[in-house]
Structures are given as C-alpha cells and as structure tokens.
Ligand binder design. Structure first.
Ligand code: FAD
Length: 317
C-alpha cells in the first residue's frame, strides 16, 4: 500500500521508522534485531536509507593518488525486499541522485517496480566526503526535483528510451525531504520552500522533515508550507539524542539546532545512559505535542537502534 493511502485512511497519528543499512560484512539479522521490538506499534512503513560509498586517497610510491573505498553498505533494493518478505510491511527505499546516472536510476526503479515496491523517498543526497559541494554524475539527476520528474515520467509510461520493450506505467508514491530549519545550502527558508513547492508540483505526494528538536520550528514550517500552497501531508522526523557527542554531531551533520534547554540537560549527564534518558523524555514531550497538533504520522530516525524509540512509543500509544 502507498504511504499516502495509510495517511488518508487514518484519523489518528501513525508511526513510521527509518533504518540505516549496516556496513557490508554485517548480516541482515542486525537489522531485524533493531526492527523486531518496534513491530508491536504497527509502523505503516520502514524507510531504508541509501548511502554512497565513502572514499579516501592513498599516495602511491610513484607519487600518484589512488582512490579506495572505506565504507560500503549493502544496496537498498535488496534490504527493502528482505523487509517486505519478513514483516509483510511496506518498505520505502531512499533513492538519491548522487552517484547514479539517469539510466542506473531507471534500472533501480524497474527493479523496485518488479518487486512490487511502490513507495520511494526521492532525495538529492549529500556530497561525498572528499567533495566540497554536491557533484552529480555527468548524466545523473542534479536535484531531487529532477529525480521526481524521472519517477513521474515512468508513472506516465515515459522511459528514457522509446525503444524499451515492455515499458509499462509504474505507480510510485513519492516522498520528499523538507527542512523546518531550511536546507543548509539554501539562503533562506523562502527560497527553500520555493523548491519544495516545485518538488510537490512535480509529483511528490508527501514530505518528511529533517529532524528538529523545537516543535515551534515545525509548526512555523508547516504554516509557511501551507501559505505557499504546499498542501500534501507533512510528516515530522524525530531523532532521539542518545550520546553526548550528538550535541556537536547533529548540528554539523544534520544542520538541526539543539535548544539550549536540551543541551543544558545533556551537559549535566554523567554518562550516556543518562543522556539516553534525557533524549527519551525530550522526544516523548515533542511527540505528545505533535500528536495533539494532529500530525498524520511520526517518523522515527532509529539509526538501527530501537531501545529509545520503543520507550517513547510505549508512553505515546
Ligand atoms: P534538493 O531538494 O534537491 O535540495 C538541495 C538544495 O538545492 C536545497 O538547498 C534546495 O533549496 C536547493 N534546490 C532544490 N531544487 C533546486 C533547483 N531546481 N534549483 C536550484 N536549487 C534547488 N541523504 C542520503 O544520502 N541518503 C538518505 O537515505 C537520506 N535520507 C534522508 C531522509 C530525510 C527524511 C531527509 C530530510 C534527508 C535525507 N538525506 C539522505 C539527506 C539529503 O540527501 C540531504 O539533506 C541533501 O543535502 C539534500 O537532499 P534533498 O533531496 O532535500 O535535495
């Protein structure tokens, strides 16, 4: 079923979870172990993130630099298929522009369609660790907007080459990313919302937000979205602080501000088990207020760790 069908058929707040594939070499059981404890809360879907390989450069004896891969994660298509099979649940693979030609993207979409997976979260992706700004493949999509257009074309039966045999219409439901505190490259929220609106006009069916720790940011973002005519469901993304180092990591990697009150509480903790408790309590309060506000769904960035999310869900439902 499509994510938007779940949202339109429910009057209450639903739950979805997001997992990150483990590094290659770790088995699928590690993913199951992080999902199993959350299944009693009936998530509508499990999102599976996609990560480009990370590279480093080594100087060779001849003075030339050799590029080698340091972090590889298994492909999203295989993991989503395994999750659908094990849990009979809808899985939402993340598809990114970075590292993919348009033809490779088309092939991935054909594979997903073949497997009966009809939900996609369409993203641009970030730059790889040795690049200062995002560089698309020479023949790849540049913005999430271009990827959405490619998916929408396939939904209308338009593939890259007219000669393709059996070019049937796909039926993908498309989610996109939104940023309550604006995307870090964007000069301001108005500009960012202009592009978010273009993504929706191009066929995006719903928005999942970047994590945020101050609900006022989400409420204002939602208000501004409605003001500019973005009328699709907006799902808040929730992340639990669980380590002291998150105070620096989250703002630098995800560009989300940690409110002073939350950082003061974390600073006071003597160890990470106390931090985890602070994170659970903060996220629980956030979620209670978001439910009261009437959000259609809460999307948990579990990062493949279920303990904290389970505690939050136990207090909510
Ligand atoms: P876009 O919507 O393309 O926007 C990128 C920037 O360009 C923004 O500043 C925007 O304002 C601007 N822009 C957009 N369109 C145009 C245009 N047509 N012309 C000029 N400027 C434009 N990353 C991963 O690598 N893998 C994942 O699995 C992943 N999952 C995510 C899930 C969620 C819910 C979220 C919120 C983010 C996720 N990310 C993931 C991170 C995401 O890839 C980065 O934030 C990335 O920098 C931007 O992606 P986007 O799809 O928002 O890009």
């Amino acid at each position: 079923m499509k994510v938007t069908d779940y949202l339109s058929q429910s009057s209450g707040t639903l739950v979805s979870i997001e997992i990150i594939p483990p590094l290659k070499g770790v088995g699928i059981e590690s993913i199951y172990a992080s999902i199993d404890p959350l299944m009693e809360f009936n998530p509508i879907a499990i999102n599976v993130t996609y990560h480009r390989e990370e590279y480093e450069f080594k100087k060779m004896p001849n003075g030339l630099l050799k590029r080698y891969s340091v972090r590889k994660r298994p492909g999203t298509v295989g993991i989503t298929a395994a999750l659908v099979n094990r849990y009979q649940i809808d899985a939402v693979p993340h598809l990114i522009c970075g590292g993919f030609s348009r033809e490779e993207t088309e092939n991935a979409l054909i594979d997903l369609n073949f497997l009966g997976i009809n939900n996609i979260l369409a993203l641009r992706g970030d730059s790889v660790n040795n690049e200062r700004k995002f560089v698309p493949e020479p023949d790849g999509n540049v913005y999430a907007l271009d990827l959405i257009r490619q998916i929408t074309d396939m939904n209308n039966g338009l593939y890259m080459y007219e000669e393709l045999v059996n070019a049937t219409k796909t039926d993908f439901c498309i989610g996109v990313a939104g940023y309550p505190e604006k995307h870090f490259e964007s000069p301001n929220l108005s500009t960012d919302l202009k592009y978010l609106k273009m993504k929706v006009d191009a066929g995006a069916n719903y928005v999942i937000t970047q994590m945020f720790f101050d609900n006022k940011k989400f409420f204002e973002f939602e208000r501004r979205c409605r003001e500019v005519g973005i009328n699709v469901p907006i799902i808040p993304g929730i992340k639990l602080i669980s380590l002291k180092k998150h105070l620096n990591l989250i703002p630098s990697v995800f560009h989300a501000v940690i409110p002073e009150e939350l950082s003061a509480q974390v600073e006071k903790c003597r160890d990470n088990s106390e931090v985890r408790q602070v994170g659970i309590e903060w996220a629980t309060q956030q979620c209670k207020e978001l439910i009261e506000h009437g959000v259609p769904c809460l999307h948990f960035y579990t990062m493949a760790k279920s303990h904290g999310t389970k505690k939050v869900l136990e207090s909510l439902f």
